[in-house]
Design a binder for this molecule. Structure first.
Ligand code: SF4
Length: 376
Protein backbone atom coordinates (compact mmCIF):
# COMPACT_ATOMS: atom_id res chain seq x y z
CA UNK A 1 0.00 0.00 0.00
CA UNK A 2 1.35 3.45 -0.98
CA UNK A 3 1.96 6.05 1.70
CA UNK A 4 -0.61 8.84 1.32
CA UNK A 5 0.75 11.98 -0.30
CA UNK A 6 0.54 15.20 1.62
CA UNK A 7 -2.30 17.19 0.09
CA UNK A 8 -3.89 20.59 0.54
CA UNK A 9 -6.61 20.81 3.19
CA UNK A 10 -9.24 21.28 0.47
CA UNK A 11 -9.12 19.81 -3.04
CA UNK A 12 -11.56 20.72 -5.82
CA UNK A 13 -12.15 19.24 -9.25
CA UNK A 14 -14.43 20.93 -11.81
CA UNK A 15 -16.46 19.49 -14.66
CA UNK A 16 -19.55 17.52 -15.55
CA UNK A 17 -18.21 13.96 -15.70
CA UNK A 18 -18.63 12.73 -12.12
CA UNK A 19 -16.97 9.35 -12.71
CA UNK A 20 -13.75 10.84 -14.14
CA UNK A 21 -13.75 13.73 -11.65
CA UNK A 22 -14.08 11.30 -8.73
CA UNK A 23 -11.24 9.15 -10.04
CA UNK A 24 -8.93 12.17 -10.40
CA UNK A 25 -9.86 13.51 -6.97
CA UNK A 26 -9.39 10.20 -5.15
CA UNK A 27 -6.07 9.41 -6.79
CA UNK A 28 -4.83 12.93 -5.95
CA UNK A 29 -5.72 12.65 -2.26
CA UNK A 30 -4.78 8.91 -2.33
CA UNK A 31 -7.81 8.04 -0.28
CA UNK A 32 -7.33 4.26 -0.32
CA UNK A 33 -3.85 4.47 1.19
CA UNK A 34 -5.22 6.41 4.17
CA UNK A 35 -7.36 3.43 5.19
CA UNK A 36 -5.89 0.41 7.03
CA UNK A 37 -6.26 -2.86 5.12
CA UNK A 38 -9.14 -4.95 6.40
CA UNK A 39 -10.99 -1.91 7.76
CA UNK A 40 -14.78 -1.82 7.65
CA UNK A 41 -15.54 1.20 5.42
CA UNK A 42 -18.88 3.00 5.49
CA UNK A 43 -20.01 5.35 2.74
CA UNK A 44 -22.70 7.80 3.83
CA UNK A 45 -24.40 9.56 0.89
CA UNK A 46 -27.17 12.13 1.27
CA UNK A 47 -30.39 10.47 0.16
CA UNK A 48 -32.68 12.68 2.20
CA UNK A 49 -35.64 11.95 -0.09
CA UNK A 50 -36.32 9.40 -2.82
CA UNK A 51 -35.46 11.69 -5.74
CA UNK A 52 -32.74 11.34 -8.39
CA UNK A 53 -29.61 13.47 -7.98
CA UNK A 54 -30.53 15.60 -11.02
CA UNK A 55 -33.22 17.28 -8.88
CA UNK A 56 -30.62 18.68 -6.53
CA UNK A 57 -31.33 16.86 -3.25
CA UNK A 58 -29.35 13.61 -3.33
CA UNK A 59 -25.80 12.39 -3.90
CA UNK A 60 -24.84 11.64 -7.50
CA UNK A 61 -24.56 7.83 -7.69
CA UNK A 62 -21.55 7.96 -10.06
CA UNK A 63 -19.54 9.59 -7.26
CA UNK A 64 -20.34 6.76 -4.84
CA UNK A 65 -19.64 4.23 -7.59
CA UNK A 66 -16.26 5.89 -8.21
CA UNK A 67 -15.39 5.71 -4.52
CA UNK A 68 -16.30 2.00 -4.35
CA UNK A 69 -14.25 1.24 -7.48
CA UNK A 70 -11.25 3.15 -6.09
CA UNK A 71 -11.47 1.26 -2.78
CA UNK A 72 -11.89 -2.17 -4.36
CA UNK A 73 -9.06 -1.52 -6.84
CA UNK A 74 -6.82 -0.99 -3.81
CA UNK A 75 -7.89 -4.16 -2.02
CA UNK A 76 -10.57 -2.74 0.29
CA UNK A 77 -13.48 -5.15 0.18
CA UNK A 78 -15.35 -4.48 3.41
CA UNK A 79 -17.40 -1.59 2.06
CA UNK A 80 -21.05 -0.75 2.78
CA UNK A 81 -23.38 2.16 2.06
CA UNK A 82 -25.40 3.47 5.02
CA UNK A 83 -28.36 5.82 5.11
CA UNK A 84 -31.62 6.66 6.83
CA UNK A 85 -33.74 9.12 4.84
CA UNK A 86 -35.73 11.81 6.56
CA UNK A 87 -38.81 11.17 8.67
CA UNK A 88 -41.74 10.05 6.53
CA UNK A 89 -39.84 8.66 3.52
CA UNK A 90 -38.41 5.19 2.82
CA UNK A 91 -34.67 4.53 2.62
CA UNK A 92 -35.20 1.45 0.44
CA UNK A 93 -37.25 3.52 -2.01
CA UNK A 94 -34.50 6.15 -2.04
CA UNK A 95 -31.82 3.53 -2.76
CA UNK A 96 -33.91 2.28 -5.68
CA UNK A 97 -34.97 5.66 -7.10
CA UNK A 98 -31.53 7.22 -6.73
CA UNK A 99 -29.75 4.42 -8.62
CA UNK A 100 -27.95 2.76 -5.71
CA UNK A 101 -29.44 -0.73 -6.11
CA UNK A 102 -27.60 -1.16 -9.43
CA UNK A 103 -24.32 -0.12 -7.81
CA UNK A 104 -24.91 -2.56 -4.96
CA UNK A 105 -25.42 -5.45 -7.39
CA UNK A 106 -22.52 -4.49 -9.65
CA UNK A 107 -19.92 -4.21 -6.88
CA UNK A 108 -21.49 -6.56 -4.32
CA UNK A 109 -21.70 -3.79 -1.75
CA UNK A 110 -24.54 -3.95 0.81
CA UNK A 111 -26.98 -1.03 1.17
CA UNK A 112 -27.77 -0.67 4.86
CA UNK A 113 -31.15 0.84 5.76
CA UNK A 114 -30.40 2.43 9.12
CA UNK A 115 -34.14 2.78 9.81
CA UNK A 116 -34.09 -1.00 10.44
CA UNK A 117 -31.15 -0.77 12.83
CA UNK A 118 -31.02 -0.89 16.63
CA UNK A 119 -29.90 2.21 18.47
CA UNK A 120 -27.26 2.77 21.12
CA UNK A 121 -27.08 5.65 23.57
CA UNK A 122 -23.88 7.66 23.70
CA UNK A 123 -22.95 10.32 26.21
CA UNK A 124 -21.59 13.67 24.99
CA UNK A 125 -20.53 15.44 28.16
CA UNK A 126 -23.78 15.81 30.12
CA UNK A 127 -26.11 15.08 27.20
CA UNK A 128 -27.01 11.69 25.81
CA UNK A 129 -27.85 10.92 22.20
CA UNK A 130 -29.01 7.80 20.36
CA UNK A 131 -27.22 6.76 17.20
CA UNK A 132 -27.75 3.78 14.89
CA UNK A 133 -25.81 0.79 16.21
CA UNK A 134 -24.25 -0.01 12.82
CA UNK A 135 -22.18 3.18 13.03
CA UNK A 136 -20.14 1.61 15.81
CA UNK A 137 -18.98 -1.15 13.49
CA UNK A 138 -17.50 1.28 10.95
CA UNK A 139 -13.72 1.79 11.11
CA UNK A 140 -13.50 4.46 8.39
CA UNK A 141 -16.45 6.66 7.43
CA UNK A 142 -16.50 8.40 4.06
CA UNK A 143 -19.15 11.12 4.04
CA UNK A 144 -20.55 12.04 0.62
CA UNK A 145 -22.94 14.95 1.26
CA UNK A 146 -24.55 17.29 -1.25
CA UNK A 147 -23.89 21.01 -0.95
CA UNK A 148 -27.37 22.51 -0.62
CA UNK A 149 -29.36 25.31 0.89
CA UNK A 150 -31.57 24.44 3.85
CA UNK A 151 -34.83 26.10 4.89
CA UNK A 152 -34.00 25.89 8.63
CA UNK A 153 -30.20 25.93 8.86
CA UNK A 154 -29.35 28.08 5.78
CA UNK A 155 -27.05 25.43 4.30
CA UNK A 156 -26.32 21.73 4.65
CA UNK A 157 -23.11 19.91 3.88
CA UNK A 158 -20.77 17.55 5.72
CA UNK A 159 -21.67 18.15 9.38
CA UNK A 160 -25.42 17.94 8.97
CA UNK A 161 -25.33 14.87 6.73
CA UNK A 162 -24.55 12.69 9.77
CA UNK A 163 -28.15 13.24 10.86
CA UNK A 164 -28.91 10.31 8.56
CA UNK A 165 -27.05 8.04 11.03
CA UNK A 166 -29.54 8.42 13.89
CA UNK A 167 -33.00 6.90 14.57
CA UNK A 168 -36.11 8.79 13.41
CA UNK A 169 -37.17 9.45 17.02
CA UNK A 170 -33.85 11.18 17.54
CA UNK A 171 -34.21 13.23 14.34
CA UNK A 172 -37.44 14.63 15.78
CA UNK A 173 -35.83 15.24 19.17
CA UNK A 174 -32.93 17.18 17.58
CA UNK A 175 -35.45 19.76 16.38
CA UNK A 176 -36.88 20.11 19.89
CA UNK A 177 -33.31 20.69 21.13
CA UNK A 178 -32.75 23.52 18.68
CA UNK A 179 -30.99 21.45 15.96
CA UNK A 180 -27.63 23.25 15.94
CA UNK A 181 -26.12 22.02 19.22
CA UNK A 182 -27.15 18.36 18.66
CA UNK A 183 -25.66 18.43 15.14
CA UNK A 184 -22.40 19.73 16.56
CA UNK A 185 -22.47 17.10 19.35
CA UNK A 186 -23.25 14.34 16.84
CA UNK A 187 -20.04 15.15 15.04
CA UNK A 188 -18.11 14.45 18.20
CA UNK A 189 -19.90 11.13 18.67
CA UNK A 190 -19.54 9.94 15.07
CA UNK A 191 -16.27 10.77 13.41
CA UNK A 192 -16.26 11.25 9.65
CA UNK A 193 -12.81 10.32 8.36
CA UNK A 194 -13.02 11.78 4.87
CA UNK A 195 -15.49 13.86 2.90
CA UNK A 196 -16.22 13.91 -0.81
CA UNK A 197 -18.71 16.76 -1.23
CA UNK A 198 -21.05 16.56 -4.22
CA UNK A 199 -21.38 20.15 -5.45
CA UNK A 200 -22.39 19.25 -8.98
CA UNK A 201 -26.01 20.40 -8.96
CA UNK A 202 -27.38 20.79 -5.44
CA UNK A 203 -30.44 22.93 -4.84
CA UNK A 204 -28.89 25.98 -3.21
CA UNK A 205 -32.14 27.24 -1.75
CA UNK A 206 -33.89 24.12 -0.50
CA UNK A 207 -32.70 20.74 0.83
CA UNK A 208 -35.58 18.81 -0.73
CA UNK A 209 -34.41 19.72 -4.24
CA UNK A 210 -36.47 20.79 -7.24
CA UNK A 211 -34.40 23.77 -8.35
CA UNK A 212 -30.83 22.46 -8.87
CA UNK A 213 -27.99 24.93 -9.44
CA UNK A 214 -25.11 23.76 -11.56
CA UNK A 215 -21.91 24.33 -9.58
CA UNK A 216 -20.02 21.60 -11.51
CA UNK A 217 -17.49 20.68 -8.85
CA UNK A 218 -16.63 17.97 -6.32
CA UNK A 219 -14.76 19.04 -3.21
CA UNK A 220 -12.71 16.86 -0.90
CA UNK A 221 -11.37 17.42 2.62
CA UNK A 222 -10.67 15.63 5.86
CA UNK A 223 -12.09 18.30 8.19
CA UNK A 224 -15.90 18.76 8.03
CA UNK A 225 -15.84 22.16 9.77
CA UNK A 226 -13.22 23.45 7.36
CA UNK A 227 -15.14 22.13 4.38
CA UNK A 228 -18.56 23.40 5.48
CA UNK A 229 -17.20 26.83 6.36
CA UNK A 230 -15.37 27.00 3.01
CA UNK A 231 -18.66 26.11 1.29
CA UNK A 232 -20.37 28.95 3.18
CA UNK A 233 -18.07 31.33 1.35
CA UNK A 234 -19.12 29.78 -1.98
CA UNK A 235 -22.78 30.43 -1.14
CA UNK A 236 -22.20 33.94 0.12
CA UNK A 237 -22.73 33.22 3.84
CA UNK A 238 -20.49 33.46 6.84
CA UNK A 239 -20.23 30.46 9.21
CA UNK A 240 -21.78 32.72 11.85
CA UNK A 241 -25.05 32.47 9.90
CA UNK A 242 -24.95 28.67 10.25
CA UNK A 243 -24.68 28.18 14.03
CA UNK A 244 -23.96 24.44 13.97
CA UNK A 245 -20.72 25.08 12.08
CA UNK A 246 -19.51 27.58 14.68
CA UNK A 247 -20.61 25.26 17.52
CA UNK A 248 -18.76 22.31 15.96
CA UNK A 249 -15.65 24.48 15.71
CA UNK A 250 -16.05 25.52 19.36
CA UNK A 251 -16.34 21.85 20.35
CA UNK A 252 -13.08 21.03 18.57
CA UNK A 253 -14.58 19.00 15.71
CA UNK A 254 -12.47 20.98 13.24
CA UNK A 255 -11.30 24.46 12.31
CA UNK A 256 -13.08 27.22 10.46
CA UNK A 257 -11.94 28.14 6.96
CA UNK A 258 -9.59 31.06 7.12
CA UNK A 259 -8.20 31.38 3.61
CA UNK A 260 -6.65 27.89 3.83
CA UNK A 261 -4.99 26.45 0.76
CA UNK A 262 -7.40 25.11 -1.86
CA UNK A 263 -5.90 22.86 -4.51
CA UNK A 264 -7.81 23.14 -7.80
CA UNK A 265 -7.13 20.19 -10.09
CA UNK A 266 -8.31 21.87 -13.28
CA UNK A 267 -9.58 25.23 -14.53
CA UNK A 268 -12.00 26.77 -12.00
CA UNK A 269 -15.51 27.45 -13.23
CA UNK A 270 -17.34 29.91 -11.00
CA UNK A 271 -20.24 30.67 -13.30
CA UNK A 272 -22.95 29.45 -10.95
CA UNK A 273 -26.00 31.30 -9.83
CA UNK A 274 -27.30 31.30 -6.24
CA UNK A 275 -31.09 31.44 -6.28
CA UNK A 276 -33.10 32.94 -3.50
CA UNK A 277 -36.63 31.96 -2.51
CA UNK A 278 -39.06 33.90 -4.68
CA UNK A 279 -41.43 34.35 -1.74
CA UNK A 280 -40.75 35.47 1.77
CA UNK A 281 -43.05 33.86 4.28
CA UNK A 282 -41.27 33.96 7.62
CA UNK A 283 -43.92 36.41 8.91
CA UNK A 284 -46.64 33.98 7.78
CA UNK A 285 -45.36 30.97 9.73
CA UNK A 286 -44.77 30.33 13.41
CA UNK A 287 -42.23 27.52 13.48
CA UNK A 288 -41.34 25.97 16.84
CA UNK A 289 -39.12 22.87 16.91
CA UNK A 290 -40.45 21.64 13.55
CA UNK A 291 -38.91 18.57 11.92
CA UNK A 292 -37.23 19.32 8.58
CA UNK A 293 -39.67 17.13 6.67
CA UNK A 294 -42.68 19.00 8.10
CA UNK A 295 -41.25 22.47 7.71
CA UNK A 296 -39.86 21.60 4.28
CA UNK A 297 -43.27 20.40 3.10
CA UNK A 298 -44.83 23.65 4.34
CA UNK A 299 -42.18 25.72 2.56
CA UNK A 300 -42.79 23.83 -0.66
CA UNK A 301 -46.57 24.22 -0.30
CA UNK A 302 -46.23 27.97 0.25
CA UNK A 303 -43.90 28.33 -2.73
CA UNK A 304 -46.31 26.43 -4.96
CA UNK A 305 -49.59 27.93 -3.72
CA UNK A 306 -51.04 30.17 -6.44
CA UNK A 307 -50.61 33.95 -6.14
CA UNK A 308 -54.22 34.68 -5.26
CA UNK A 309 -54.31 32.26 -2.31
CA UNK A 310 -50.89 33.41 -1.15
CA UNK A 311 -52.13 37.03 -1.14
CA UNK A 312 -55.18 35.96 0.87
CA UNK A 313 -52.94 34.30 3.44
CA UNK A 314 -50.86 37.45 3.74
CA UNK A 315 -53.93 39.66 4.13
CA UNK A 316 -55.39 37.38 6.80
CA UNK A 317 -52.14 37.31 8.70
CA UNK A 318 -51.88 41.13 8.60
CA UNK A 319 -55.52 41.59 9.62
CA UNK A 320 -55.24 39.25 12.61
CA UNK A 321 -51.66 40.20 13.41
CA UNK A 322 -50.99 36.48 13.76
CA UNK A 323 -49.30 33.77 11.71
CA UNK A 324 -51.40 32.14 9.00
CA UNK A 325 -49.85 28.74 9.75
CA UNK A 326 -47.98 27.15 12.65
CA UNK A 327 -45.85 24.02 12.71
CA UNK A 328 -43.67 22.14 15.17
CA UNK A 329 -43.34 19.81 18.11
CA UNK A 330 -43.69 22.65 20.63
CA UNK A 331 -47.41 22.73 19.79
CA UNK A 332 -47.82 19.06 20.66
CA UNK A 333 -49.06 19.68 24.18
CA UNK A 334 -51.21 22.38 25.70
CA UNK A 335 -53.87 24.66 24.27
CA UNK A 336 -53.61 26.08 20.75
CA UNK A 337 -52.37 29.64 21.22
CA UNK A 338 -54.05 31.18 18.14
CA UNK A 339 -57.62 31.97 17.17
CA UNK A 340 -57.47 31.54 13.36
CA UNK A 341 -54.19 29.90 12.43
CA UNK A 342 -53.87 26.71 10.39
CA UNK A 343 -51.96 23.91 12.14
CA UNK A 344 -49.50 21.86 10.08
CA UNK A 345 -48.87 18.23 11.09
CA UNK A 346 -50.20 15.95 13.83
CA UNK A 347 -48.40 17.96 16.50
CA UNK A 348 -50.92 20.76 15.95
CA UNK A 349 -54.04 18.62 16.46
CA UNK A 350 -55.31 21.00 19.16
CA UNK A 351 -55.88 23.67 16.47
CA UNK A 352 -59.42 24.24 15.15
CA UNK A 353 -58.11 23.37 11.69
CA UNK A 354 -54.95 21.39 11.05
CA UNK A 355 -53.41 19.26 8.32
CA UNK A 356 -53.00 15.67 9.51
CA UNK A 357 -49.78 13.70 8.97
CA UNK A 358 -46.43 13.22 10.56
CA UNK A 359 -45.21 14.74 8.37
CA UNK A 360 -47.95 15.81 5.94
CA UNK A 361 -46.97 16.14 2.30
CA UNK A 362 -46.81 19.46 0.45
CA UNK A 363 -49.90 18.41 -1.53
CA UNK A 364 -51.85 17.78 1.70
CA UNK A 365 -50.79 21.18 3.00
CA UNK A 366 -51.79 22.94 -0.21
CA UNK A 367 -55.24 21.37 0.07
CA UNK A 368 -55.33 22.33 3.77
CA UNK A 369 -54.56 25.95 2.84
CA UNK A 370 -57.37 26.00 0.25
CA UNK A 371 -59.87 24.52 2.74
CA UNK A 372 -58.69 26.86 5.49
CA UNK A 373 -59.08 29.99 3.34
CA UNK A 374 -62.46 28.75 2.15
CA UNK A 375 -63.69 28.89 5.75
CA UNK A 376 -62.41 32.38 6.57
S1 SF4 B 1 -46.03 16.46 12.92
FE1 SF4 B 1 -44.27 17.39 11.94
S2 SF4 B 1 -43.19 18.51 13.55
FE2 SF4 B 1 -44.60 17.07 14.53
S3 SF4 B 1 -43.32 15.23 14.92
FE3 SF4 B 1 -44.41 14.93 12.96
S4 SF4 B 1 -42.95 15.62 11.42
FE4 SF4 B 1 -42.25 16.48 13.38
Amino acid sequence: MDTPKKTSPITVVYGNTPDRMTELLLSTVSLASRIPQGASIGIKPNLVVARPASQGATTTPEIVEGIIRHLQDHGHNRVSVLESVWVGDSTKRAYRKCGYENISRKYNVPLIDLKDDDSVTIQAENRSYDICAAMQGIDFLINVPVLKGHCQTVMTGALKNLKGCIPDSEKRRYHSLGLHRPIADLNRIIRQDWIIMDALCGDLSFEEGGDPSTMHRIISAEDPVLLDSYCCTLLGFTPRQVPYIQKAADLGVGKLYDGDEVLELNNPDDSYHIPRMHRSFEHLVDQRDACSACYGALVRALMETDDQLFDQLQQLSRKLDAPAAAVGQAFDSGAWPFSRTLGIGSCTSSADMFVKGCPPTAEMIKKGIRDFLGQQ
